[in-house]
Ligand binder design. Structure first.
Ligand code: SAH
Length: 276
């Protein structure tokens, strides 16, 4: 008997194949936050989101021919950037069939099909042999996992000793005010998220699963512009969102994107670690 997962893979796919397609149509192919150096940084969404990818790439330090696992690959844009800039081979996994098909098509179009492949696989149960990857990242996918500790345990199993791990994730930062709780609850209820992680939870789970050289950075301030900007861009596709989820839900989604931008409790981290 398999235990029931929450969120189920299908719940996650529904978000990305539903409202996620509309968000992505204005945000671009990076399904993650942007990184801005400071308030004066006028970088575009494309530049700021690629910059976060480059920070993740630097964290893995992958070399040509190495095998990298992309846990939660979206439409593959970050993985293709990793493959192109490092020469490493990437296997991306997602629980959206739509994303897997698009990611493989993008790899083909980029002439990287031999170096980057994507498949439907649940990160909670990875069918990969122990020690089969040199590096792995979970790039803004961990917030969807029913059990982050289990995914980190799986990552530790499939990484070889000395293998590198990088994670970027939306997190909760305490103390949580009444408004902050509303924002965090909204995120959980609308984006297939059971609960948001914390820096402390990550520190403990990484240690418990044999990761060393752990470096965790709270980059909330650098990423904070993301949700307000996303509200601005999604606003341009408002009619499509209304057609999909109705007027009331559309108003709520846009309202909470702006409120999340102002809520210090809605945080963001990037971390690197080495499997002992
Ligand atoms: N890393 C990509 C996509 C981030 S969106 C990028 O930065 O652009 C989150 C991704 O995590 C989606 O592709 C979603 O399908 C995937 N995901 C969520 N839960 C998952 C699970 N249990 N197993 C595998 N992938 C999962």
């Amino acid at each position: 008997m398999t235990l029931e997962q929450s969120p189920a893979p299908g719940d996650v796919a529904d978000v990305y194949d539903g409202i996620g397609r509309i968000y992505g149509s204005t945000w671009g192919p990076n399904f993650h936050y942007g990184y801005w150096d400071d308030d004066a940084d006028q970088s575009s969404i494309e530049v700021a989101t690629d910059r976060l990818t480059d920070m993740m790439i630097a964290g893995l330090a992958a070399t040509p021919g190495q095998r990298v696992l992309d846990i939660g690959c979206g439409v593959g844009h970050p993985a293709l950037r990793l493959a192109r800039t490092t020469g490493a081979h990437v296997l991306g996994i997602s629980v959206s069939h739509v994303q897997v098909a698009e990611a493989n098509a993008r790899a083909d179009a980029a002439g990287l099909a031999g170096q980057a492949t994507f498949q439907f696989t649940d990160a909670m149960n990875m069918p990969f042999p122990a020690g089969s990857f040199d590096a792995a990242w979970a790039f803004e996918s961990m917030w969807h996992m029913p059990d982050r500790g289990r995914v980190l345990a799986e990552a530790a199993r499939v990484l070889r000793p000395g293998g590198r791990l990088a994670v970027a994730d939306v997190i909760e930062r305490g103390p949580v005010s009444e408004e902050g709780r509303k924002v965090l609850d909204h995120i959980c209820e609308n984006y297939a998220v059971k609960s948001l992680g914390t820096i402390e939870e990550y520190r403990n789970a990484l240690a418990a699963n044999g990761f060393v050289d752990v470096e965790i950075r709270d980059i909330t301030d650098n990423c904070a512009r993301t949700t307000a900007l996303m509200a601005d861009t999604v606003e341009t596709r408002r009619a499509d969102l209304v057609a999909l989820v109705g007027e009331e839900q559309t108003a709520s989604l846009l309202d909470f994107m702006r409120r999340a931008a102002a809520a210090a409790e809605s945080g963001y981290l990037i971390l690197t670690a080495t499997r002992a």
